[in-house]
Design a binder for this molecule. Structure first.
Ligand SMILES: C[S@@+](CC[C@H](N)C(=O)[O-])C[C@H]1O[C@@H](n2cnc3c(N)ncnc32)[C@H](O)[C@@H]1O
Length: 215
């Protein structure tokens, strides 16, 4: 999808799904506290970062799309939140001081970078976290053997077409053109950046959640 197209951004939540209560539960589970600062990278329409702002001191909303950031800020304003700080920037260009954040989250955004640049991005995230800071990553990650990719892809396309607002062509385009990678590569990149993975959860051989800590 084109994240700079106002019409596509306006229909994003309906297509993607998502639930503020679920995000809140996730953030509470990650222990986000009132004195803490966090950033959500690739924040999209801001569902998670706005929930985070209700729980913590400062929530940085980072996205390369002006349209997405506009929706995020409108969502924050509608809920009278003044501690959402927008950054029109990406994984490789956001500017936050080193060792300044307690938590970084990113959902379904890191796959926009090829593996080489995922590694660079993860090193930047590591630098930005305080020692002991937490990283939550959720993305499309293939936890299967390379030989299984055709089958897993077909299963994912069928599931997405039945359960979300994405068409077969859009899901196929993700698999073909975007940079979702294998689980062992993703785990290796996270660890190589200096994180300890405390929790890795794989579902449907296509989704992954990682909770990692800056050691
Ligand atoms: C699939 S959406 C996910 C949005 C949101 N995190 C969610 O879970 O609904 C991907 C988001 O990543 C953003 N994005 C794309 N490339 C990026 C980059 N290099 N750095 C940061 N964000 C990026 C897009 O603008 C878009 O808002």
């Amino acid at each position: 999808m084109n994240f700079d197209d106002a019409a596509e951004v306006a229909s994003y939540d309906a297509r993607q799904g998502g639930d503020p209560a679920e995000d809140r539960g996730l953030l509470e589970g990650l222990g986000l506290g009132v004195d803490e600062a966090m950033a959500d990278i690739g924040c999209g329409t801001g569902m998670l970062v706005v929930e985070a702002a209700k729980l913590c001191r400062e929530a940085h909303a980072v996205d390369i799309s002006t349209e997405m950031l506009g929706v995020t800020l409108a969502r924050a304003k509608a809920q009278n939140l003044t501690n959402v700080v927008p950054h029109r920037a990406g994984f490789l260009s956001y500017e936050l001081p080193d060792s300044s954040l307690d938590l970084i989250t990113s959902k379904f955004a890191l796959h926009h970078l090829p593996d080489l640049w995922k590694g660079v991005a993860l090193a930047r995230l590591h630098r930005t976290l305080k020692p002991g800071g937490r990283l939550f990553l959720r993305d499309v990650v293939f936890s299967c053997d390379p030989a299984e990719i055709p089958t897993v892809s077909e299963e994912w396309i069928a599931w997405m077409s039945a359960n979300t607002g994405y068409s077969r062509a859009e899901v196929a385009q993700h698999i073909r053109d975007e940079h979702s990678t294998f689980s062992w590569i993703m785990a290796g990149l996270i660890e190589r950046a200096g994180f300890r993975i405390n929790h890795a959860e794989y579902s449907m051989r296509i989704y992954a959640d990682y909770i990692a800590e800056k050691t």
